[in-house]
Design a protein around this ligand. Structure first.
Ligand code: AGP
Length: 596
């Protein structure tokens, strides 16, 4: 977790550039923030607990420097205090380090350094790094050699950036935490993610595990652990800096909910041949799906549940797994394709699962949003969902993108009998989502149920993952109790929780057996006085038993589960907004969880 940034070459503007970068990385953590600037022989460090505004309020003016690094934190070791904020310094105050990841052997190193007389200020794992560098410098090493020697002592995951007073360069190392360089004509950047510097350049270099980089006024070099230069490809980013702004919306989450029609159009573009009734996923070649294991976390796990159900209903044995469990207790995988489902492509649990699969020689596919992410680069195949940058911690448009991409994957590899109907529904999907957004009464529904004891979500088949996702969205941004259940499971226990103060959101589409059975479950909760909100396409009579209805257009059963989720996103959003919650930066969370 955490976001790091560094820049060289923006003298007079270094502080603003670093703080701007941090504002774009806050989605990665917002417990504290800090900066370090090298100004000749001086090294200035300012850091503060709380969101970036807290740092801004203590920065004041007059902080100069030609080289800078910055950090925004999601706490792992030690609470979010000023002293635990990065950058961390050595005893002399001449070395400053920012870090994303976890140093697993930090306690051993800390004991060793403490015994040698080093004094520690924080509870963090990171602080051992500047002290290790200090020792190497004291022994006469150059900053570069000292940095390499310190990194060689570390076990665990790290994206590290280091500055040393009197040297106009940033030293960088990567292992298991993302790092990308940004190359502008007048400056060089490093960051955990591209939005940090996208305003200044679209040319990037992705660092790999075990690589080091040095940024100075002359440019940049990348080397391996032995100092041997590595030739790196320069990539061009295809999205604009404006896409990482709020475009007039109160929150990124609302903006991203409203971006869904465009995101889905991008996902479908060039891949759907409606006349031919075919889907072309050129990037997958002749990939055959004999057996599929899907590994994911959080919202992406709900997408994996949805994807597995789609593939199974087309005859492909497909099973979803929590990534963290798959990594430690992998099932037999002969002839399976392991699909890593991850918006960021950087989630440590999911990477551990795909790496475990690769270790056993199993073929992998990354279904991700993030071009150049670790998972995209490490996997044998990549299917991009093309949703564009998602900044709000709560995943919205990327869940819809994942659902849509799974439809394409299923159509391309195991088309259902009604493939033509599904292709037509996918063609209409962006405008159907737009219709939901234009006509939704979710805000009024949110108003009615603001004081509820809990919120329950039920669904069957493809609506089960939607129920889970509806509940996850509700709990993560409102901090209210919410649970999602398979509708048929309600009577086996959860029904005991249902009261007149627990609204039940039931997703019922079509008029088939699943709809009929879910309506039976709706009647069960209604009989216990629970208010019912039905998300429906109007093809069944669920409205008769519902207190409120959230309508979606008629669609294919597979795409209906994409449309119904949009209504639930809006209910959660408006509930959180009315409760005054920190919607884009919910407490205790961060967008990209790069620690296991
Ligand atoms: C969902 O709103 C959360 N942001 C979280 O559950 C997220 O989906 C999970 O951490 C997985 O992230 P990934 O898709 O980037 O792997």
């Amino acid at each position: 977790m955490c976001g790091i940034i560094g820049c060289v070459g923006r003298r007079g503007d270094t502080l603003d550039t670093v703080v701007h970068g941090l504002s774009k990385l806050e989605y990665r953590g917002y417990d504290s923030a800090g900066v370090a600037l090298v100004d000749g022989d001086d090294l200035h460090v300012v850091k503060k607990s709380g969101e970036l505004d807290a740092l801004r309020s203590v920065l004041g003016g007059g902080l100069e420097g030609s080289v800078g690094i910055g950090h925004t934190r999601w706490s792992t070791h030690g609470p979010p205090t000023d002293t635990n904020a990065h950058p961390h310094r050595d005893c002399t105050g001449d070395v400053a380090v920012v870090h994303n990841g976890i140093i697993e052997n930090y306690q051993t190193l800390r004991d060793e350094l403490g015994a040698a007389g080093h004094s520690f200020q924080s509870d963090t794992d990171t602080e051992v790094v500047p002290h290790l560098i200090e020792d190497e410098l004291a022994a006469g090493s150059s900053p570069e050699t000292a940095f390499r020697a310190a990194v060689a002592r570390l076990e665990g995951s790290y994206a590290l950036a280091c500055v040393v007073a009197g040297t106009e360069r940033v030293l960088v190392a990567r292992n298991d935490s993302p790092l990308v360089l940004g190359l502008a004509d007048d400056a060089t950047f490093l960051a955990s993610d591209v939005p940090a510097f996208r305003e200044f350049t679209d040319r990037v270099v992705y660092l790999e595990d075990g690589e080091f980089a040095e940024l100075d006024a002359d440019g940049w070099t990348v080397t391996d652990a032995d100092g041997v230069a590595i030739e790196k490809s320069v990539h061009t980013i295809e999205w604009d800096a404006e896409e990482t702004g709020k475009s007039g919306y109160d929150h990124f989450m609302l903006k991203e909910i409203h971006e869904q029609p465009r995101a889905l159009r991008q996902c479908l573009r060039g891949r759907v041949d409606e006349l031919g009734g075919r889907i072309t996923l050129e990037e997958l070649g002749e990939l055959a799906l004999d057996r599929v294991h899907l590994v994911a976390a959080g919202t992406s796990y709900h997408a994996a549940l949805y994807g597995a159900e789609l593939l199974r209903s087309s005859g492909v044995p497909a099973y979803p797994f929590f990534a963290h469990e798959y990594a430690t207790s992998p099932p037999p995988t002969e002839d399976a394709l392991v699909v890593g489902v991850s918006q960021s492509g950087e989630t440590a649990d999911t990477l551990a699962a795909t790496r475990e699969a690769q270790r056993r020689g199993v073929e992998t596919l990354a279904l991700t949003n993030t071009v150049g992410s670790t998972m995209a680069r490490e996997s044998d195949h990549v299917l991009y969902i093309r949703s564009g940058p998602e900044i709000g911690v709560a995943a919205t448009k990327t869940f819809a993108g994942q659902q849509t991409a799974f439809n394409l994957l299923a159509l391309a590899t195991a088309p259902p009998a009604d493939a033509r109907e599904l292709i037509a529904a996918l063609r209409d999907l962006p405008s159907d989502v737009q219709q939901v957004l234009d006509e939704s009464t979710a805000e009024a529904v949110a108003d009615v149920y603001l004081d509820s004891d809990a919120y329950f979500f039920i669904g069957r088949g493809l609506h089960y993952p939607v129920a889970l996702e509806g509940a996850l969205k509700m709990k993560e941004i409102t901090y209210e109790h919410a649970e999602g259940f398979a509708a048929g499971e309600l009577k086996h226990g959860p029904l005991a929780l249902v009261t007149a103060d627990t609204p039940v959101f039931a997703t019922v589409t079509g008029d088939g057996e699943q709809a009929r059975k879910t309506i039976g479950n709706v009647k069960e909760v209604e009989a216990r006085d629970a208010p019912v909100v039905a998300v429906t396409d109007g093809r069944s009579d669920v409205e008769r038993y519902a207190d409120h209805v959230l309508e979606i257009p008629e669609s294919h059963p597979r795409t209906a589960a994409i449309l119904s989720n949009v209504q639930l996103q809006l209910v959660s959003y408006y509930t959180a907004a009315k409760l005054g919650r920190s919607i884009d930066k919910p407490r205790n969370l961060a967008k990209s969880v790069t620690v296991e």
